[in-house]
Write a protein that binds this ligand. Structure first.
Ligand code: FES
Length: 118
């Protein structure tokens, strides 16, 4: 099943500047859980080792491409865009989501695309 892995300890650029602010990652997890349908799983983890461009998430499934995205603020709009992208990943046999199907809200947020293991 396509799974969105959310870094719950991630900080936005503003939160990295002002360490008195709480990290947005945990709230982003809740937004993604609310935005995602039954065909996509959502889980949280601490630190995806991309802390300088948080908030970060990964979209993956067995035998499919993995996408890593970052620089999100963690809003409901961000969650809706990631969720729509994950729906496209779930519908694709390879995990590849054609550019024309990318939600506007994920454009400019891609960090890496990792091929599946053989
Ligand atoms: S805290 Fe989110 S990637 Fe490190």
């Amino acid at each position: 099943m396509t799974t969105i892995t959310v870094c719950t300890t991630c900080r936005t650029a503003e939160e990295r500047e002002d360490r008195t602010l709480p990290p947005s990652g945990e709230a982003f997890l809740l937004e993604l859980q609310a935005a995602s349908g039954s065909g996509v799983a959502v889980r949280g983890t601490s630190c995806l080792m991309g802390c300088d461009h948080g908030c970060n998430i990964a979209v993956s499934d067995h035998g499919k491409l993995t996408y890593v995205l970052g620089r999100f603020g963690g809003s409901a709009e961000d969650a809706a865009a990631v969720s729509a992208f994950a729906d496209g990943h779930a519908a694709s046999a390879t995990g590849q989501v054609p550019f024309r199907q990318w939600p506007q809200g994920v454009k400019g947020h891609f960090i890496a695309r990792v091929p599946p293991l053989d």
